[in-house]
Design a protein around this ligand. Structure first.
Ligand SMILES: [Zn+2]
Length: 246
């Protein structure tokens, strides 16, 4: 299955390169712009993305996990993976691999009302196609769908928390569905991505979670119209304002 693209939004990403839309613009104030250069995926990559979407389609949030993340101060933008998949189809979102100027970016969403929404996955992962890779990529796609759902280019700490809760909830669902699937997965995609946030969200102390989100997203506003800041987002903004980040 090949998903054709349409909508879009640039939450902290600027594109360049041969296929970049002309209207690419800077992302949130204070963000280092990230450049993405993308190409048409090959058969293997399309197959990985297709498998990732098939897995995403079956994601259900574990009831206690959902209560937990809501109490913590995150509001998942979708009820389950199926809802995100429907959004992808209806919005005709295109999913592509891209080279990012910042190699630490796992994935990003580009919102462009003219050319359509695109979800880019870091091309460092383009040959990763084991089952755990497929699941990790589906989590990254889920996160970006959360950003895309509001059809704007505004971002906030709260919006990031809400989108992070999607991959956290999906990750815990996968761990239950496929016991051991993430064991000994220590590459960057896992250790600094899909396996990190579930650990931080669900650790008893929330200091590490707050510091991590402050470090990565603290430059953003606490909340926005569609994502009113919870105490958690305000706390993170406060940490950011009182810390010196280079
Ligand atoms: Zn995000």
């Amino acid at each position: 299955m090949r998903i054709e693209s349409i909508l879009l939004n640039s939450k902290g990403v600027v594109q360049k390169g041969k296929n970049a839309p002309k209207s690419a613009k800077d992302g949130a104030k204070g963000a280092l712009p990230v450049y993405a250069t993308f190409d048409i995926p090959d058969k293997t990559q399309i197959s990985t993305i297709t498998k990732a979407l098939d897995e995403l389609d079956k994601v259900e949030f574990l009831p206690n996990d959902l209560i937990y993340v809501k109490n913590l101060g995150a509001n998942p933008p979708f009820k389950n993976g199926h809802e995100a998949l429907e959004w992808i189809k209806q919005s005709r979102v295109q999913i592509l691999y891209a080279d990012f100027s910042n190699p630490k970016v796992h994935a990003c969403l580009n919102y462009d009302p003219e050319n359509g929404t695109m979800i880019f996955i870091n091309s460092n992962y383009k040959d990763n196609c084991t089952h755990s890779d497929v699941l990790a990529i589906s989590e990254a796609i889920f996160h970006e769908c959360g950003h895309g759902k509001d059809f704007d280019s505004e971002n906030s700490i709260q919006e990031e928390l809400d989108c992070l809760s999607l991959n956290v909830l999906a990750h815990r669902f996968y761990k239950k569905k496929y016991p051991g699937v993430f064991d000994n997965k220590n590459s960057f995609l896992f250790s600094q991505g899909v396996s990190l946030y579930p650990k931080l969200f669900f650790s008893f102390q929330k200091t590490a979670l707050k510091n991590r989100v402050a470090d990565k997203y603290g430059y953003l506003q606490s909340g926005d119209n569609k994502h009113p800041a919870t105490k958690l987002a305000d706390d993170i903004k406060h940490i950011y304002n009182n810390a010196t980040y280079v």
